[in-house]
Design a protein around this ligand. Structure first.
Ligand SMILES: [Fe+2]
Length: 198
């Protein structure tokens, strides 16, 4: 006997989110300044397979180190913190910690990618895409809960549009990776880790 669907209530629970913000920063200046950092700092090895990742910068760094950060990147990180703090205040009624955050710059060349990872107990992560030539690899968010072995669902991965000039904000616990670049031009982004103030 077919059931009257008006009798059925479906509540969506335990969802995640991704927030997109259009940045009004000058991507050319940011690109130039990303290379200034690359020239000054050897690559760290975190999630990158190939490519260059800057050290993690943040309020914990000495003034001497913070003074080496080019102006456009310094402005970007200040503005992104303000943006994310406005969003968490508006959406979750929670503020971000000003004394605890981290950010770093990524430059991937052809055939480089970032292995799948999450940011542990980081509350919020954000990625500002500075330069994303065609075929330079998109950021992919992947589910890793029980839904991946259930027949109910078909989609386990979300492809972040990864457009230059946009900031994408998502919870720090979600697994993500960056697909291999097949572009002859570099792909540049800045990543941020933020923590809620308790
Ligand atoms: Fe990441």
């Amino acid at each position: 006997m077919p059931i009257d669907m008006n009798r059925v209530v479906v509540d969506e629970i335990f969802h995640d989110f991704i927030i997109t913000v259009n940045l009004d920063h000058d991507m050319d200046s940011l690109t130039e300044d990303a290379y200034v950092l690359k020239y000054n700092y050897p690559s760290q090895s975190i999630s990158n397979i190939g490519g260059w990742q800057s050290p993690v910068f943040g309020p914990q760094c000495s003034t001497e180190i913070l003074n080496t950060i080019p102006q456009s990147i310094s402005n970007l990180q200040k503005d992104c913190w303000e943006l994310c703090n406005s969003i968490t205040t508006g959406k979750f009624q929670k503020k971000l910690r000003k004394d605890h955050s981290g950010w770093w710059v990524n430059i991937n060349e052809k055939h480089h990618y970032n292995a799948i990872h999450h940011h542990g107990r980081t509350d919020l992560i954000a990625v500002a895409f500075i330069k994303t030539p065609p075929n330079s690899g998109k950021m992919i968010v992947a589910r890793n809960d029980g839904s991946t072995y259930s027949q109910l669902y078909d989609d386990f991965q979300y492809s972040v549009p990864s457009e230059a000039g946009k900031l994408y904000i998502l919870p720090g616990h979600v697994w993500h990776y960056v697909a291999e670049s097949f572009s002859d031009e570099d792909r540049i982004s800045v990543s941020f880790n933020y923590y809620i103030s308790v």
